[in-house]
Design a protein around this ligand. Structure first.
Ligand SMILES: Cc1cc2nc3c(=O)[nH]c(=O)nc-3n(C[C@H](O)[C@H](O)[C@H](O)COP(=O)(O)OP(=O)(O)OC[C@H]3O[C@@H](n4cnc5c(N)ncnc54)[C@H](O)[C@@H]3O)c2cc1C
Ligand code: FES
Length: 350
């Protein structure tokens, strides 16, 4: 396979990249951290300028990379592959206190696979070697048929050889309906790579933390909570978990126990459909009730793109600035086809 050299400006790093490899993949494997979120050409976070050389733009969504941007020499580097040596202008901005962990390939054996809520499975993988990652980051699972799908890590870096994932079933979904919820079983071997993503815990930010998740958007937030707990607390954390019904509140016991034994953690379930003896309402609505003013916090939002957008709006209405908000949108193939949720504001962090 032909290999080209990518020079990343302004840092001047020179990186080998095969023609069948994406520019982002080559950079992340060499420890050169460039912004990215979905890694499949949907969100636009990885948009970069190709200053010199030829690229194949790959499967970039026309909504995330407009025709005019293509003409101006921009590319989504998570799907773009080199066709010559390249000079790429990237925004290499790593926050203080956040580790840079090069992407690696792993083999994993399915240690357990349990239904923890309706249409939600917890997949625990024993890896062939420890993965270094920041709480909040995700892995790409290789799915039978040559597909890859991103899943956030719910476990912590303290034991990087065991990775916990939470997967929600999608009707006719290739990875979920067609594999994890049908043929995958304990003992099966799978391959994956990681870690990916910018959505990770910022340990040096000392403001009270709002963790806002819906459905399996709980996964990276659970990693953050457990990580903070393993390191003796030290942050004031409130976790909202939005699900339709009480049966969807998986890991409830874990969070209730933690709330009972700590003075830094509060757990707030948010049920959108059930009448129960707790509060009902979606996460953005409960948040608006609880925090008419949210300034002075730092927030991490994760879940479906609709939930993330609505929660973002609620926080901004409550005067929390985008610089204090981190988000992970669980884009899927339907979002990609619709092109609906591309975030164009450079102020909004992914
Ligand atoms: C950074 C990131 C992290 C994520 N982390 C998690 C996580 O921790 N847990 C989790 O559960 N999910 C997570 N997701 C979502 C996950 O990666 C998958 O998208 C999801 O599991 C669906 O995958 P699938 O292969 O089963 O479905 P897909 O095959 O991708 O299909 C998804 C849905 O779209 C429909 N569809 C497919 N093609 C089209 C089309 N062309 N037009 C219209 N509809 C279509 C399908 O019928 C299906 O209902 C994450 C996503 C991102 C981007
Ligand atoms: S990370 Fe490349 S488009 Fe989302």
């Amino acid at each position: 396979m032909v290999t080209h050299t990518i020079r990343v400006e302004p840092i001047g790093a020179e990186i080998p990249c095969r023609e069948d490899q994406t520019v982002l993949d080559a950079c992340l494997r060499e420890g050169v951290w460039l912004p990215h979120a979905c890694t499949h050409g949907t969100c636009g976070t990885c948009k970069a300028q190709i200053l010199d050389g030829e690229v194949d733009l790959g499967d970039a969504s026309p909504y995330a990379l407009l025709e005019s941007e293509r003409d101006d020499g921009a590319a989504l580097i998570c799907v773009a592959q080199p066709r010559s040596d390249l000079v790429v202008e990237g925004e290499v901005d790593v926050d203080e206190g956040v580790g840079v962990h090069p992407v690696r390939d792993f083999r994993g054996r399915v240690d357990s696979l349990d239904e923890v809520a309706p249409d939600v499975r917890r997949l625990v993988l024993a890896l062939d070697r420890p993965m270094m990652f920041n709480p909040g980051q995700y892995v790409l699972l290789d799915v039978p048929g040559g597909h890859q799908r991103p899943y956030s890590i719910a476990s912590t870096p303290s034991n990087g050889k065991v990775i916990e994932l939470h997967l929600k079933r999608s009707d006719n979904g290739v990875a979920t309906d067609g594999w994890v919820f049908s043929t995958l079983d304990v003992g099966h071997e799978i391959t994956l790579s990681g870690p990916y993503g910018r959505f990770s815990f910022r340990p040096l930010r000392t403001q009270p933390i709002l963790l806002l998740g819906s459905g399996t958007g709980l996964a990276p937030l659970k990693s953050m909570v457990r990580h903070i707990d393993e390191n003796g607390g030290g942050h004031h954390v409130t976790l909202y978990h939005g699900v339709p019904t009480e049966a969807g509140l998986y890991d409830r016991e874990f969070f209730e126990d933690l709330e009972a034994r700590s003075d830094w953690f509060t757990y707030r379930p948010a049920l959108s459909r059930d009448d129960w003896n707790g509060r009902s309402g979606r996460v953005p609505a409960l948040l608006a009730e609880d925090y008419p003013r949210a300034g002075g916090h730092v927030a991490y939002i994760c879940g479906s793109p609709d939930m993330v957008a609505d929660t973002m709006k609620a926080l901004m209405k409550a005067r929390l600035f985008p610089r204090d908000i981190y988000r992970e949108d669980f884009f899927d193939s339907a979002d990609r086809a619709a092109g609906a949720h591309v975030v164009r504001s450079p102020l909004i962090r992914r």
